[in-house]
Ligand binder design. Sequence first.
Ligand code: ATP
Ligand code: MG
Length: 422
Amino acid sequence: MPLAVELIAVGTELLLGQLVDTNTAYVAEHVAAAGIDVYATHAVGDNEARIARTIAEALQRSDGVITTGGLGPTVDDLTKEAAAAALGLETELHEPSLKQMQDFFAMIGREMRGNNRKQAYVPRGSFVLENPRGTAPGFIAFNAAGKFVACMPGVPREMKPMLGDILIPYLRERYNLTDSIHTRVLHTVNIGESELDHRIADLFRSSENPKIAVLAHEQLCDVKIMAKAASSEKADAMIAPLEAQIRERLDGFIFGCDSESLESAVQTLLQNAERTVAVAESCTGGRIASALTAVPGSSKDFLGGIVAYDNAVKVAELAVNESTLAQHGAVSEEAVREMATGVRKRFRAPLGIATTGIAGPDGGTDEKPVGLVWFGIDDGEKIIARSFRFRGDRAAIQRRASIFCLGLTWNSLKFGEKTERP
Ligand code: ATP
Ligand code: MG
C-alpha cells in the first residue's frame, strides 16, 4: 500500500509574502523520491487553532502530515501544541532532549531559559527526531487510528538532515516501503517546448511507469524519466529502453543528463578537442564568459573575453570595420562575424564567439526589434552566424541569449557543419 501524506508549512511570514516557502518544495521532492505520495500542500500562519484544524483535515484524507516551522522557543511557535491537539494527545517531557539542550547551553556558556525547556516537550508516545544543528527536536506522533504527524523545524539547514537522515528512513521502515522513484533527466537546448512535445508525445501517453515529464525553462528543456522500482538497477533497466527512444527522437538536441550543465558540456567538448575559446560580448554583457568560467577547470579551455558594448570598443578592441557598423549597424550579421573573427585573432584562440543584439526596453525598430540577437562562431575555417528573436524583458533576453549562444557553441563543437540547421 502506498503511503500518502500532506505537507504543511507553518509561519505567518509565508502568508504575507515575506518568506518564500522553499521547505515545501524540498520536502515534496525528497518524499516523492522515497516513494511516498504527496496529496496536497498547505501554508498556515502562526495560529494554533488554524494549524490544528489544517492538520486534522489533512489526516482525514491522508495517512500522515509533515510540517515544517513553528517548533522554536518563542510565543509564536505553536506547531507542537497544534499537532498534539489534532492528534488528541498530551505533551510530555523528553528527558534526553532536555539533557541535550542543557549540555548545549552549558557549552556556549549561556543560561537556559524556561521557554527553551518548552522545546523538550513532545506529544505523548512520539518518536523524537534529533536535531544536532539546533535546539528544537522534531518528532513523529500517532493518533488512535494510526495516522501520523511529523513536525520538523523551519530552519532549512536543520530540517534537511532531519528529513533525509531520520524521518524518511523511519517512514520507509515503518510502512514497509520498498519502492522509490529513480529519475533520469535529459537536458536539451534550443528546441522549442512544442517541437519537443510533438516528437515524444506518444511516448508520454503510453508510459505510466516509467513516467515522462517535460520541464521548460528559458532556452532549455528537460525531459524527466521517472521509474518507481525497488532498486536502482531495476529502475535503470526500466528507464533504458525509453531513454534510447527519446534520445533517437531528440537527436542533436540533448547535451547532457542529470547534473550536467550546458556550460560543462561545452567545456567537455572543448577539452576533448584540445581547443580553447575567446568571447566577444555586446548585449550579453559578460554572461557567457561568466557561465564558462563557472565550471571548475575552465582555465584549460577559456582564454578570456571582451565586453565590447560601445561601437568604438568594437572597432578598437575587435578590429570591427567602422564602415561595417555604419552600413549595417552593430546588430547585424556582418558585425557579429567581424567580432567573432576579431576576438579569435586578438586572443590567438582556435574558436571565437560573439554576440550583439538589442536587449531593450528601448532601441528597437521595425527592422531590428527588441530581442533580436546575432551570434557568431569563428573556428578559423568558417564562420557560423545566426540570429534569433528572444521574448521577455531585458534580463530575460540577456539570459536567453547567453544560453542560446552556449547551445550554438555546443552544437558547432559536436556536429561541426550540421550547425546551420535550425
Ligand atoms: P526556530 O527555532 O529558529 O524558531 P522554528 O522551527 O520555529 O525554528 P520558524 O520560526 O518557523 O522555525 O522559522 C525559522 C526560520 O526558518 C525562518 O525565519 C526562515 O528563515 C526559515 N523558514 C521557516 N519556514 C520556512 C519555509 N517554509 N521555507 C523556507 N525557509 C523557512
Ligand atoms: Mg521560530
